[in-house]
Design a binder for this molecule. Structure first.
Ligand SMILES: *Cc1c(COP(=O)(O)O)cnc(C)c1O
Length: 365
């Protein structure tokens, strides 16, 4: 028997979450963001659930090739654009749209020989200060691009740094509106957090395209302010395993490396076949929830490479072979949000799903 761990990708949940994006961004078209191998879900496994999107946004040509190989003929956007001039040949060959965020990328386009002009997304740095033209350089970049025979159409875009938090999008949005005033072209502003929090009440913010990443996978972009149930999202990835041993701790006995957890009463401990080499965060603190037989238990002791340990007090009938859900939903549909687990580890759902380890077998349902 193989080691009893596995991840399940839920096709129906992906489609459901995409429908949530559509409802929130009514009238806009939706890019399903599938960078980082579809946030750890696997592009090929996620595709059947996400093929109802209007386009796919991703990072590099290898990922774009994979989406095209699945038969997708619609829009594909490279979110960081080209990394060198010859990437433009792949853009022509695969009909990719690409972000232009610095002047050199325009130089490459001006020298690119192609019969078919390309669609580009001109990116404004509205305050995130990672990629994009400064507001004072934006109009010049637009003018240069619109004078090139190699360019077919220019979409104006920006990316929010604080859509999930208290500052919100107002300041960056105002910077975008000012920089784009009078410029022709479609617009794209919203990530998941902006789509769910602000787009429903604001058609200009929804604009022409939203870029739905994390929400597609069922994690709340603004946890712990709101959880995924609040946004009516369903987990698209479940990480499941089983108990492979149980232990009794007498008061004063400890469990795991470093003896970081010591029982003060007699305890029953379940040993789960899942550790940090499977992608479960070693930083998860005691108390992080784990479902055993569908019942919420707490992690105790240090997460090791191949195992972690839980307090079985809430589920006395559990024993070797009992099903364990580390995040997502169990076979009976009981859900443990990935965001809650991430919170227990001082991180975010994004990082956990992206870090699912290659040794974990993955299936889709
Ligand atoms: C990753 C990314 C997104 C998606 O962000 P989520 O928070 O996952 O929705 C949108 N736009 C850009 C430019 C990105 O890089």
């Amino acid at each position: 028997m193989p080691r009893p761990i596995g991840a399940v990708i839920h096709t129906a949940a992906l489609a459901h979450n995409l429908a949530r994006a559509r409802a929130a961004a009514d009238g806009a078209r939706i890019f399903a963001v599938v960078k980082a191998d579809a946030y750890g879900h696997g592009i090929e496994r996620a595709y059947p659930g996400l093929r109802g999107a209007d386009g796919f946004a991703l990072l590099d040509i290898a990922e774009a090739e994979r989406i095209r190989a699945l038969g997708w003929r619609g829009p594909v956007l490279l979110l960081e654009g080209c990394f060198e001039a010859r990437d433009l040949e792949a853009c022509s060959r695969l009909a990719l749209w690409h972000v232009i965020h610095r002047a050199e990328q325009i130089d490459w386009l001006a020298r690119h020989k192609s019969a078919v002009p390309q669609r580009v997304f001109l990116k404004l740095n509205s305050g995130m200060n990672r990629l994009g033209f400064a507001p004072e350089a934006f109009r010049g970049a637009w003018l240069r691009l619109s004078g090139l025979a190699q360019v077919d159409d220019i979409t104006l875009m920006t990316h929010f740094s604080d859509a999930d938090g208290a500052p919100g999008v107002a300041a960056q949005r105002a910077a975008f509106d000012a920089a784009c005033e009078g410029l022709a072209g479609e617009r794209s502003l919203c990530n998941s957090a902006a789509t769910l929090r602000f787009a429903p009440a604001d058609a200009a913010l929804r604009a022409d395209w939203v870029r739905a990443g994390i929400l597609s996978y069922g994690s709340s972009p603004d946890h712990p302010l709101h959880d995924s149930a609040h946004w009516q999202l369903m987990p698209a990835m479940s990480l499941r395993s089983e108990l492979i041993a149980t232990q009794h701790l007498a008061p004063g006995a400890s469990v795991g490396y470093g003896s970081t957890f010591t029982a003060d009463v007699p305890m029953r401990i379940g040993v789960v076949a899942c550790g940090y080499a499977d992608g479960y965060p070693r930083s998860a603190k005691a108390g992080t929830p784990v479902l055993v037989d569908g019942v919420r238990c707490r992690l105790v002791g240090r997460v090791s490479m191949d195992m972690l340990t839980v307090d079985l007090a809430p589920v006395p009938a559990a024993g070797v072979g009992s099903p364990v859900t580390l995040w997502g939903r169990d076979a009976q549909g009981r859900v443990l949000g990935i965001d809650e687990v991430a919170h227990g580890a001082g991180t975010i759902g994004y990082e956990l799903m992206c870090a699912l380890a290659p040794r974990v077998p993955v299936s889709a349902d």
